[in-house]
Ligand binder design. Structure first.
Ligand code: NI
Length: 182
């Protein structure tokens, strides 16, 4: 997800690479990601590069799909100081609240576009961390929005798909202009 709060200084991370973020409506954003078989150094390098890419954007969340890696890896940092990285490998929602909440979302794959999406207010997520250890976390607020947004990416979905056809057409037009300008 894009971060539309004023960015602070990104943490200094060494030996990492910025990855290219795919932009909507790139078809590669519609690929369904495969589960990670082993959390090894290759995955840890991917996590580190994704974190650097997210902080540099700046954003509050990034799914591997967005950097054209179709494996189930997500990085999130919703802290004000941008110093609390959370890594979710093979995430699964094990419980969700009946209550829904509307939140204004943005996405690093759809730069400059923000709109309201309704999602579950709270979710409980089970995942592996970068050491391959299993954990569960109950998410609410921005973290709940972000994890659901990023898990959609792993299923090949971008948040604008929740908007009206008219809005999606307009957004695709804006993206075309942006790609030309780049
Ligand atoms: Ni996104």
């Amino acid at each position: 997800m894009a971060d539309f709060r004023a960015p602070q200084c990104a943490p200094i991370i060494r030996n990492m690479a910025l990855l290219k973020i795919l932009h909507y409506p790139d078809k590669r954003l519609n690929k369904v990601a495969k589960p990670v078989a082993v959390v090894d150094d290759r995955i840890r390098k991917l996590v580190a590069d994704m974190a650097e890419t997210m902080y540099s954007a700046p954003g509050v969340g990034l799914a591997a799909t967005q950097v054209d890696v179709h494996e189930r890896v997500i990085v999130i940092d919703v802290s004000d100081a941008h110093d609390e990285l959370q890594v979710f490998i093979n995430p699964e929602i094990v419980w969700e609240s009946d209550a829904l909440k509307e939140w204004e979302e943005g996405c690093l794959s759809v730069p400059g576009i923000y709109d309201f999406v309704e999602r579950q207010e709270k979710v409980r997520v089970k995942a592996l961390n970068e050491k391959g250890e299993s954990f569960e976390i109950e998410c609410e607020g921005l973290l709940a929005v972000c994890i659901q947004h990023e898990m959609d990416h792993l299923e090949g979905h971008v948040f604008v798909e929740y908007l009206s056809q008219l809005k999606q057409t307009r957004i695709r037009g804006k993206m075309k202009k942006l790609e030309k300008a780049l």
